[in-house]
Design a protein around this ligand. Sequence first.
Ligand SMILES: Nc1ncnc2c1ncn2[C@@H]1O[C@H](COP(=O)(O)OP(=O)(O)OP(=O)(O)O)[C@@H](O)[C@H]1O
Ligand SMILES: [Mg+2]
Length: 191
Amino acid sequence: MVLTHLSLTNFRNFSRLDMDVPPGTVLLVGSNAQGKTSLLEAVYMLATSSSFHAENDRQLIHFNILAEEIAVARIVGRFQRNGGSHTLELRIIQEREGFSGQKVRKEVLYDGVKQKLSEAVGHFNAVLFLPQMSPNMALPGSRGSLLAACSLSSSGSASFPRRSRSGPCTRSSQSRSTAISSSWESISGWS
Ligand SMILES: Nc1ncnc2c1ncn2[C@@H]1O[C@H](COP(=O)(O)OP(=O)(O)OP(=O)(O)O)[C@@H](O)[C@H]1O
Ligand SMILES: [Mg+2]
C-alpha cells in the first residue's frame, strides 16, 4: 500500500497543500513550524480518523476559518492498494449548534462514498513512531541544521529543487519503501 497524493485544505497551518508523494522513502525537511508534524498528522488521520497529538478536533481546523458559520478542514489521500487506486477523504467540520454553541464532527468518504468512521478504518494503514516511544530514536543534530531543504538521489548526491513557500519539502530516494508514513514520522521526531 503506497500513498501517492495528499491534499490538505484548512488543516492546521495548511490553507491548501497539494502534493504528489514520491515513491520510495520520503524525508520531510523544513524549518520550525512549517508543518512537518502537521503533515504527518494528516497522513496518520487518514488511517485512524484521529490525531496523535491534538487535544480536540477543533485544533485541527485552520485558525483563519474558525469564525465562519461552517468551518471545514479536509484531508484527501490517494493511495495504491492491491493494484487499485483509492481515495480516502476525511472532513473535520465545525458548525453552529444552538444560539452560541459549536460542535465539531468528522465525516469520511472512501472512493467518494460516505462511510461510518468505524467502517473506514483499515482502508489505509500507517505505522506511527514517536520519539517518546523509544529513547533510541533520538537523533543527533540541532533544529537549525534542518533549515536547508534538499532532495537526495539514490546515489546520495544532493539537489535543492522544490520548496513550497508555506510548507516543508520532501527528500526522496529511489529505494522503495512501503513504510513511507513511518519514515515521515521518524523524521518529524528528529525536527
Ligand atoms: N489549527 C491551526 N491553524 C493554523 N496554524 C496552526 C494550527 N495548529 C497548529 N498551527 C501552527 O502550525 C505550525 C506548524 O506546526 P508543526 O508542529 O506541524 O510544525 P513543524 O514543522 O513540525 O515544526 P517543528 O520543526 O518545530 O517540529 C505551527 O506554527 C503551529 O502553531
Ligand atoms: Mg514537528
